[in-house]
Design a protein around this ligand. Structure first.
Ligand code: PRP
Length: 180
């Protein structure tokens, strides 16, 4: 495994400010109602932890294991469900929480799969959105930041499973010598 120097493009503070704005919008849209937040593993585990704590309407949280990148920088184009939900979403207000929508293949697959379970409403919230890479266009209800066509890591996003723990969003720069 080759490690890289990282260049931060969004700081933890910028992300935190935006997450609070997204939570406010969700609170307004679902005033007086309950929501199920779906954490799309693994990438959205940090985003959903912050988002859920900023939302004030009642929420429940469930987890869906999905993989399409196999730890690499290019989508395999094949979406695999590695872990299903443990609760029913039928008749519930559901928000899919993603760290990034890139080609749109994953979210497109998830929307179709989850609609068959008849939720009352189904919304999408993604911290990052890369419009230049979209193959399957999808309406995203809550977008944190629109970014250029860059491979990004940190705040839950990985390269070969590393860098998820970095507090900001970063691009990979030149290689360091270090390898394991
Ligand atoms: C990432 C990300 C999204 C998906 C977006 O998941 O979390 O689910 O890719 O890409 P797309 O729009 O091109 O489909 P990944 O397969 O890397 O798994 P991970 O969340 O476990 O890192």
């Amino acid at each position: 495994m080759t490690f890289f120097n990282l260049k931060e493009i969004l700081s933890a503070e910028q992300i935190s400010d935006r997450v609070i704005e997204l939570a406010k919008k969700i609170d307004e849209d679902f005033a007086g109602q309950h929501i199920v937040l779906l954490c799309i593993l693994k990438g959205s585990f940090i985003f959903i932890a912050d988002l859920a704590r900023a939302i004030t309407v009642p929420v429940t949280i469930d987890f869906l294991g999905v993989q399409s990148y196999n730890g690499d920088t290019k989508s395999s184009g094949v979406v695999q469900i590695t872990q299903d939900l443990t609760t029913s979403i039928t008749g519930r207000n559901v928000i899919i929480v993603e760290d990034i929508v890139d080609t749109g293949l994953t979210i497109h697959y998830l929307i179709n799969m989850l609609l068959t379970r008849n939720p009352k409403t189904l919304k999408i919230c993604s911290l990052l959105y890369k419009p230049s890479k979209v193959i399957k266009p999808v309406n995203i209800d809550y977008i944190g930041f629109t970014i250029n066509d860059l491979f990004v890591v940190g705040y839950g996003l990985d390269y070969k499973q590393y860098y998820r723990n970095f507090p900001g969003i970063n691009i990979l720069e030149k290689e360091e010598n270090d390898s394991i």
